[in-house]
Unconditional design. Structure first.
Lengths: 624, 129
């Protein structure tokens, strides 16, 4: 039965009732007439009409009506006849009526129940259909939509259902689907599949009436609808889901990236740590070893005993480097330098201990030290061996030259004078070479102390003035009396001054030599200027080089070692001062050096540093 | 006035000879020794006014000998001049720390040496204080 019948049931009931009433009256009238005329058999079958109708359409009530009607029939028969055979026949007929009414009622009732159930389920379906939050619609591939629930109207943004039904699937989709296919073509494909397979589930991009697009899951199900095959479509807006899915995918991708990055950094960390030739040990604050790399395992190996979990057997001191005995790769004993820094291990403060195998370095240092020692011993022996005969030669010549052992003539004296001068030069060369070697190798020791530079210049002046006078040069002193305190090594600065002074005398034929002191912002300045030959531009860069002796006027002056300025520069630089010169070729030169002015604190620091230097040197010595 | 007596201690016979010659000519009485033990014996026996002492002499090191002499009440007044060809190990301050009165590096300038000797021999009174 169709839905229409159910809907129009009340209406038909009324007409059935009227029909039934008329039929009943008609039957009763005809029967009464027939009975009256004495015919009992033929017309009694007429009673089946109202009985059947009533029982069919009004179960229960129809049955009671049928029973009453049967009784009426029986009473009519009793009224019109006394014939027992007819009465018996009528009685049987009444029974037949009742039985037939019962059967019909039973069948009809069953039918009604089925009908009601159907109606109920239809109602349920209707309710679900209408109240579903998913858009549910019916369509055929040929005609498009013909039914849709309120959610459908809403999802596509239609004003009402009639507007929706006027739409075609193409109206409610963009021209192309995300895969590039035309929506009309693809929609047809989908519907064909659903028709063939019975159902089809797919994703679809829809378009609302206002043009807004949205992603949807579409379930197409083939179904029979009023004797034809239609498709039921369920459309669910999954824009939010896709959005969150996308966000989730992005998040997953990020996570994946992070994971890859983390994994690679962990593996490179492990790689670095494992391959590090330095030993790495993590010790927690209770002194228990928490981690070691292979190098550390080797260095600290203790007969197969694992280090992890044991207490660390070396003192932990941050900011200090200590040397510890280790076992090297080749099982030989060695020395490692251990440094400790604060770190975190599994989020707990811990110590990171770095062990660097310095065995080779120490060996190399030992070799260097040995070589240095040999070199310095050699130099020392050589200089002694040179000086001793020189002493005898010098004294021998001097004795004859000074005429201690008898008169000599002028020519002899001149020749001996040359010999004497060259012996002195040789002696100076030995001293300079030795000095330079000491400065160069850092073995020169400086005795810093507060000294008055002006006094030292006066001393040097007293020593050097005679030779200047001999060379016919005036010496002028322009000393600043208000110089601040300054710490330097008296002997070394004297050496520098003598050197500069001697150079000035050596390269000046006429004129004068001026020694000037003054102060700059944080240093005192000493300059020695002359009116000598000056320095050629091309020679300027060579001035402080060792063994560099410049020719003045094409003629090489004798008496220098070529080390004087190199030594002077070393000395000044060791004082943290600067030495430089200005010169005009043919007019003269000015050599200037500075010594830093220091307050007491600086001096103290210098002393301490000097002390540390010495200590470290000693330490170095100890190591070797 | 008696001649001032100078002991020259050096293991180099040439230097010893030449230095002796000059100082003798200057009017000093010269004693010589070529090693530490010998020098100590001479000092104890002859009581020289001044010792010209080489730093590196056999048996006893010059500085050691210098200390020994200067730490002995009896010989404290003896002037000592340390001299050496090992200029890199020694300087005036160091020599004075060992008790020496003066220092001169080899090869020395004869004038400088004689000046130092003269000065030391002229001022014993001052040093005695």
């Amino acid at each position: 039965m169709g839905a229409k019948n159910t809907i129009e049931k009340n209406k038909s009931n009324r007409w059935t009732f009227i029909g039934l009433a008329i039929t009943t009256i008609a039957v009763l009238t005809i029967s009464a007439y027939c009975f009256y005329s004495g015919r009992f058999i033929v017309h009694q079958n007429l009673f089946y009409i109202p009985i059947v109708i009533s029982c069919m359409f009004f179960p229960r009530k129809g049955f009671i009506f049928s029973v009453i009607l049967s009784l009426v029939y029986f009473l009519l028969v009793l009224y019109f006849t006394k014939d027992p055979a007819i009465i018996l026949q009528a009685l049987i007929r009444v029974f037949v009526f009742v039985i037939i009414a019962g059967i019909i009622t039973f069948l009809s009732k069953k039918h009604t129940r089925i009908e009601e159930e159907l109606r109920e389920s239809k109602l349920k379906f209707k309710t679900i259909f209408d109240s579903s939050r998913d858009a549910v619609m019916l369509l055929t591939p040929e005609k498009g939509f013909f039914e849709g629930n309120p959610a459908t109207v809403e999802i596509f943004g239609c004003r009402d259902k009639s507007e929706f039904i006027r739409m075609s699937p193409a109206d409610l989709s963009p021209e192309h689907q995300p895969d590039g296919k035309l929506s009309t073509v693809k929609a047809q494909e989908m519907m064909t599949i659903a028709m063939e397979k019975g159902s089809h589930f797919f994703e679809w991009t829809h378009k609302r009436v206002n043009g807004e697009e949205f992603f949807a899951d579409v379930q197409l199900t083939r179904m029979k609808w009023q004797n034809r095959m239609v498709l039921q479509a369920t459309v669910r807006d999954i824009t939010e889901r896709i959005k969150s899915k996308k966000a989730m995918m992005n998040l997953l991708e990020d996570l994946q990236d992070a994971k890859v990055f983390l994994e690679s950094s962990i593996s490179s960390f492990h790689n670095i740590v494992a391959k590090s030739i330095d030993g790495i040990v993590i010790v927690d604050k209770t002194g228990i070893v928490q981690f070691t790399n292979p190098a550390a395992e080797t260095f600290l190996s203790q007969r197969k005993k694992k280090l992890i979990g044991q207490s660390f057997r070396f003192p932990i001191k941050t900011g200090q480097t200590i040397e510890i005995d280790i076992i090297r790769d080749n099982k030989e004993p060695g020395v490692a330098e251990m440094q400790v820094v604060e770190t975190k291990w599994t989020n707990q403060p811990a110590w990171l201990t770095l062990l660097r195998d310095i065995t080779e370095r120490k060996r190399a240092e030992e070799k260097i030290k040995e070589a240095m020692k040999t070199k310095s011993e050699f130099t020392s022996v050589v200089s002694h061996e040179l000086r001793t005969p020189l002493t005898a030669i010098k004294e021998g010549i001097a004795l004859v030259f000074d005429e201690v052992v008898g008169k000599i003539n002028d020519e002899q004296k001149q020749l001996l004078g040359i010999a004497k001068k060259n012996v002195d030069r040789l002696a100076r060369l030995i001293n300079d070479v030795l000095d330079f070697q000491k400065l160069d190798s850092g073995m020169m020791k400086f005795n810093f102390g507060f000294n008055n530079i002006n006094e030292i210049i006066k001393d040097v002046y007293r020593t050097m003035a005679p030779s200047a006078k001999k060379a016919g040069l005036d010496v002028l002193l322009e000393l600043d009396d208000g110089l601040p305190q300054c710490s330097f090594d008296n002997d070394k600065i004297t050496q520098v001054l003598i050197n500069l002074f001697a150079n000035a005398i050596k390269f000046t034929k006429t004129g004068n030599i001026t020694i000037k002191t003054g102060r700059s912002s944080d240093s005192i300045r000493v300059s020695v200027s002359d009116t000598g030959c000056g320095i050629k531009k091309e020679d300027m860069s060579k001035i402080f080089n060792r063994f560099e002796q410049l020719c003045s006027g094409g003629e090489r002056k004798t008496g220098g070692t070529g080390l004087g300025l190199a030594i002077s520069r070393e000395i000044i630089e060791q004082h943290n001062g600067k030495i430089w010169f200005e010169s005009t070729f043919g007019k003269g030169s000015i050599f200037t050096f500075t010594l830093p002015v220091c307050d007491t604190e600086d001096i103290l620091r210098k002393y301490i540093n000097n002390g540390t230097k010495k200590t470290s040197k000693n330490k170095l010595g100890d190591k070797k | 006035m008696n001649k001032k007596r100078i002991l020259i201690v050096d293991d180099e016979p040439d230097v010893l000879m030449l230095t002796s010659l000059r100082l003798e000519k200057l009017g000093y009485e010269i004693l010589t020794a070529t090693n530490g033990e010998e020098a100590l014996a001479v000092i104890q026996k002859e009581r020289p006014d001044l010792v010209l002492l080489d730093l590196i002499i056999p048996v006893t090191y010059g500085t050691e000998l210098c200390r020994r002499v200067k730490n002995d009440e009896k010989y404290r007044e003896t002037s000592i001049i340390l001299y050496t060809a090992h200029g890199e190990f020694m300087n005036e301050q160091k020599a004075k720390r060992c008790g020496a009165d003066d220092y001169i590096a080899k090869p020395f300038d004869s004038d400088e040496l004689t000046k130092k000797i003269e000065r030391l021999l002229a001022e014993p009174a001052v040093r005695n204080e």
